[in-house]
Design a protein around this ligand. Structure first.
Ligand SMILES: NC(=O)c1ccc[n+]([C@@H]2O[C@H](COP(=O)([O-])OP(=O)(O)OC[C@H]3O[C@@H](n4cnc5c(N)ncnc54)[C@H](OP(=O)(O)O)[C@@H]3O)[C@@H](O)[C@H]2O)c1
Length: 305
């Protein structure tokens, strides 16, 4: 397949590109720094700086849309929120408009979203039938999804990836947590009762690959392992895998004071279940339980499929 990927240079985009290239697909990656694409995504990958490079004779079978300014990296000022919004919603609108103008429309669009869609759910388990939250992340995810779904009017099969916390030692939130945990400074966040819905990077890549070719795959999919855990369990499991104590507690008020509104990324309780991964895709998870992530090559869990 010929595949256009946005966000292919990122933490979850890079291993996806590696897997798709190994499958024999022909990849084009959109990047603000195209000179880094071959190093990050593979030597044979074509790099585009802008969608304007999509000429009339260009044809893609599929588009995968993961681009977005990092959510956790800076305080959510009004300007930062605008950047988080535009780098997802405006870019997706532009992408869909460009897809619609193509002489041959791609058959499938796989587009990013996140479990932030659901907002704080307390201890209640949620599946893909739940609606969006009214907070910033819920509104952002809903608008991001709606922009992608506009492609459906052109007959494009659209899959929406409501991704949970992606785990791999090589980056993301787990990558940031490892050093303090290895130093014995791992800490429960707030009262530790908030649910964390996670997915191992290998499972995320495998499910996204599956959606490329499964004609029944469309609509939202919660990309989260079937057994979410509370923050207290997550903290204890990681500390145990590293043979270190994690006795400290970072109070919620301190996180809110230090991080501002984005503290919700650490304190919001989301017990999200991957209902449609089973019922629609018929897929199973290689890493269903958190203990398995840390047991196989602990705690990198870099087992590969
Ligand atoms: N990792 C997770 O746990 C997780 C969980 C839920 C949802 N997600 C979502 O999945 C997507 C990929 O996540 P990730 O962890 O791989 O993120 P990442 O490592 O921060 O990568 C983000 C990608 O988006 C592009 N990008 C960043 N800022 C941009 C901007 N202002 N305009 C256009 N492109 C921009 C970057 O490409 P260039 O620098 O090459 O342009 C980069 O490849 C994100 O949209 C994220 O919100 C991730």
């Amino acid at each position: 397949m010929r595949i256009l990927i946005t966000g292919g240079t990122g933490f979850i985009g890079r291993p996806l590109c590696a897997a798709l290239a190994a499958d024999g697909h022909d990849l084009t990656v959109l990047s603000r720094r195209p000179e880094r694409v071959s190093a990050r995504c593979g030597a044979g990958v074509t790099a585009w700086r802008a969608l304007a490079e999509w000429r009339d004779d260009c044809f893609f079978d599929a588009v995968i849309n993961l681009a977005g300014e990092p959510i956790f990296d800076a305080r959510w000022t009004a300007a930062r929120k605008r950047l988080l919004w535009d780098s997802r919603v405006a870019l997706t609108r532009e992408l869909v408009a460009r897809m619609s103008r193509a002489r041959r429309t791609p058959a499938v669009l796989i587009s990013g979203s996140a479990i932030g869609f659901y907002g704080d759910q307390g201890a209640a388990a949620v599946n893909e039938r739940a609606g969006p939250a009214g907070d910033f992340l819920g509104t952002l995810c809903a608008a991001w999804e709606k922009a992608a779904q506009e492609a459906e009017v052109r007959g494009v099969r659209v899959c929406l990836l409501r991704t949970g916390l992606v785990l791999h030692a090589g980056g993301g939130m787990l990558g940031r947590m490892l050093t303090p945990f290895r130093l014995g400074l791992g800490a429960r966040l707030g009262d530790g009762r908030q649910w964390m819905s996670w997915i191992h990077l290998d499972d995320w890549v495998a499910l996204t690959r599956h959606m490329l070719t499964d004609p029944d795959a469309s609509g939202p999919f919660n990309l989260t392992a079937p057994e979410p855990v509370t923050n207290a369990v997550f903290t204890a499991t990681l500390a145990c895998a590293l043979h270190r104590p994690a006795l400290a507690v970072v109070p919620a008020w301190l996180l809110r004071a230090a991080l501002g509104e984005r503290a919700c990324l650490l304190l919001t309780s989301q017990r999200v279940l991957p209902w449609r991964v089973g019922t629609t895709l018929g897929c199973r998870f290689r890493y269903a339980r958190l203990g398995e992530v840390f047991a196989r090559g602990a705690p990198s869990g870099s087992g590969g499929r």
